[in-house]
Design a protein around this ligand. Structure first.
Ligand code: NDP
Length: 378
């Protein structure tokens, strides 16, 4: 089965290495916990209101610095860990990380007062507290998830590229290196605009339960590179030089197009939330007033209600294409995941927003901006 799936190379560790692989997430979690706590950061007010104070929550952001330092530690092998280790230990790390996040979640949920959800399994899955902050707000669990998850995504992709190069040398697939570049760029961009994250779904709607613990740390950090589990063991597709240029340049252009949509939409919403009357890239904010809240319905938010998810869809498609093995199922796994997740998430967010802005005002927005994600289609 494993051989048929083409991931036998991920099960080649010795007994000792397997134990180390299982423990790798624990070491990573501790490293990031200390780095985030100790390294300098900037304090910013967030978007979500702290129910205890009635004021916006405070956050201490230093993701970019932590990311750069982690990248250097990995690249120069400062801990003695080989650069391909994260990739080679992927399956063991996912197993160990899953066990750890199950335990963490039990502690994070059942130390909190019982909320509306009485069923203990559902409480464990979705969480009870909206936020967990320690050391006088210095350490925020959700931002820790994203610093660990984002950085590990980039390091796992880079580690897979190193493994691929060591395996194939001259026959290596250039698409694998571009793929690692995609995610490193994606994560770098994310940390540059780290404050924008404070205005997104996870911070606003999610509680700290297993879904977010596992999703933020293990799925985002280790499993987003799922296509690479299969594709790092496959050599170059061997296209002619002209076809290689078309394939690589076309995929990179699609990636940048998707990123432009996603980043543009997120920044427009962020600008609107912080400075409601400010123009963004020449786009005047047009709004529907809903009591003391305002629904943005111009620019990116005027063509579809979640145009940012379409951007992510293009990113997913470019990732499927960048390997050049267009009929290999592994290449498509990330695309299938993002399309499923965002189809669900858009509907869920629509329902939340209808409740928050009032069904009538949200229906007015739906009538004005008809499409959910893809203008003219869906
Ligand atoms: P959004 O950033 O779209 O946040 C949704 C919230 O924005 C809503 O709950 C609402 O909150 C506010 N909002 C939505 N529409 C409007 C409007 N028209 N006017 C005013 N406010 C509005 O969602 P996400 O957090 O899901 O996404 C953030 C980014 O992260 C996206 O680019 C997404 O693609 C990316 N992402 C990528 C993932 C991946 O797997 N690749 C996973 C998750 C996210 P409120 O009214 O309270 O402000």
């Amino acid at each position: 089965m494993i051989e048929w799936l083409g991931i036998g190379h991920l099960l080649e560790l010795s007994g000792t290495e397997a134990v180390l692989g299982f423990l790798t997430p624990l070491l990573v979690f501790i490293f990031f916990f200390l780095a985030q706590l100790i390294l300098p950061g900037r304090w910013v007010p967030g978007y979500v209101i702290d129910p205890e104070t009635g004021e916006p929550r405070k956050y201490r952001l230093n993701g970019l610095l932590v990311f750069v330092i982690a990248l250097a530690v990995w690249a120069f092998e400062l801990t003695g860990m080989p650069r391909d280790w994260f990739y080679r230990s992927s399956l063991y790390a996912v197993a160990g990380g899953t066990v750890l996040t199950i335990v963490f979640t039990i502690l994070a949920v059942f130390t909190q007062p019982e909320g509306k959800v009485k069923n203990r399994f559902l409480a464990w899955w979705f969480g009870r507290a909206q936020e967990l902050q320690f050391f006088n707000h210095r350490f925020d669990v959700k931002m820790w998830f994203y610093v660990v998850g984002g950085t590990m995504l980039s390091l796992n992709a880079l580690s897979g590229a190193v493994y691929h190069y060591e395996l194939f040398g001259e026959d290596a697939n250039p698409g694998v290196f571009v793929y690692a570049g995609f995610f490193t760029f994606y994560v770098l961009d994310y940390f540059i605009f780290e404050r924008v994250q404070l205005y997104t779904y996870d911070l606003i709607h999610e509680n700290v339960g297993f879904k977010l613990f596992w999703g933020g740390l293990i799925v985002y950090g280790w499993m987003f590179i799922l296509p690479l589990w299969g594709m790092a063991a496959v050599p170059s597709p061997g296209f002619s030089p002209a076809a290689t240029n078309i394939w690589l340049i076309g995929s990179v252009a699609m990636f940048l197009f998707g990123w432009g949509i996603s980043r543009g939409a997120n920044l427009q919403k962020y600008t609107f939330k912080r400075w409601p009357d400010r123009t963004f890239l020449g786009i005047e904010p047009q709004v529907i007033e809903a009591g003391d809240r305002r629904i943005l319905c111009s620019g990116f938010w005027g063509v579809a209600r979640h145009f940012n998810y379409l951007g992510e869809g293009f990113l997913g498609l470019s990732i499927a294409l960048i390997f050049g093995h267009f009929t290999n199922f592994w290449a498509w796994t990330y695309f299938i995941f993002v399309v499923s997740m965002f189809t669900y998430r858009q509907r869920d967010d629509d329902a939340h927003c209808a409740q928050k802005y009032g069904p009538e005002k949200w229906a007015e927005y739906q009538a004005r901006v008809k499409y959910r994600i893809i203008p003219g289609l869906y």
